[in-house]
Design a protein around this ligand. Structure first.
Ligand code: UDP
Length: 277
């Protein structure tokens, strides 16, 4: 985060522990609020469904109230999950999505959709300078080893030569963005005049089965691929249309999957071979 502070040209960066039930108080002026608070790994939000709904709804309300009081710019970290199991492919920002509100993933999807609606309401009603970014699958060093999302899971399995667990038949697709590219996009959006929503993600799409094979190839692992049941409402396809980010922000991902995975692998190897679980 210090890096982001430096990139933004701001010296002081506060981290606020978001308590969704109390008024948010921060002393002194604030230039910008970046609201990222939420579980984002499916295993986390399936375990914390009510907290996920509360932080996305009540927490966003509190964070917007703070932005309004301070005259601060407000950036909401939204998600490609607002598109649900999409019927438009690749996903453009004007697509309204296909979300099951009462399914297990609904707690995350609907919280983020509500957060977008609340953000736009504060913009329209109170003139808050808001930005919405829809973040697609992102990965990089320092992710938790047991995060549950596919990149850390497959990397840890490959390093340990354990079975690689592909959910379903592995024909579902995802598109993976390296973290430094995402951060570059966020900074550009925050400093731009575009309110968004803007998709930030890497448009290189592959099936999860191909991704498992890619991980085995890059790591040189002896792991085998095994199939496990597909989680409920798992989106069948996902790929960002990044025309808006390209034209409005001059943004383009720079790090290839091979390069990003190798950099993540170095970090995972060090930690796992050092005994981390
Ligand atoms: N996935 C998988 N094996 C795993 C973890 C995830 O096959 O051990 C699949 C999951 O079913 C989904 C894709 O990989 O189709 C991406 O899952 P992730 O949890 O990273 O996030 P999502 O994109 O679903 O939000």
């Amino acid at each position: 985060m210090d890096n982001i502070g430096h990139l933004l040209g701001h010296e002081r960066f506060h981290f606020i522990k978001l308590d969704v039930t109390n008024y948010l108080y921060v002393e002194g002026p604030l230039d910008a609020i970046l609201h990222f608070a939420s579980p984002a790994s499916p295993i986390d939000y399936l375990e914390l469904p009510i907290q996920t709904l509360k932080v996305g709804s009540l927490g966003t309300h509190k964070a917007l109230g703070l932005a309004k009081a301070k005259g601060a710019r407000f950036l909401l970290a939204s998600t490609s999950e607002v598109y649900g199991d999409p019927k438009v492919h690749p996903q453009t920002e004007d697509y309204w999505g296909n979300v099951n509100p009462i399914g297990p993933r609904g707690v995350y999807d609907e919280a983020k959709r509500f957060a977008e609606a609340m953000t736009m309401a504060y913009h329209r009603t109170h003139g808050v300078a808001t930005r919405i970014v829809r973040i697609f699958n992102t990965y990089g060093p320092r992710m938790r080893i047991r995060d549950g999302r596919v990149v850390p899971t497959f990397l840890a399995q490959a390093i340990r030569n354990e079975d690689i667990t592909v959910f379903g038949d592995g024909s579902q697709t995802r598109s993976f963005c390296f973290v430094s590219d995402l951060v570059d996009g966020l900074v550009r959006l925050l400093n731009s005049d575009s309110e968004g929503p803007v998709n930030i993600g890497n448009p290189r799409e592959m099936t999860i089965y191909e991704f498992a094979e890619t991980i085995i190839r890059i790591t040189g692992s002896k792991s085998r691929i095994v199939k496990r049941p597909l989680p409920e409402d798992d989106p069948k396809v996902r790929r960002p249309d990044i025309t808006l980010a390209r034209t409005k922000l001059g943004w383009e991902p720079q790090v290839s999957l091979e390069e990003g995975i190798s950099r993540t692998l170095d970090d995972f190897r060090k930690r796992i071979l050092g005994g981390a679980r």
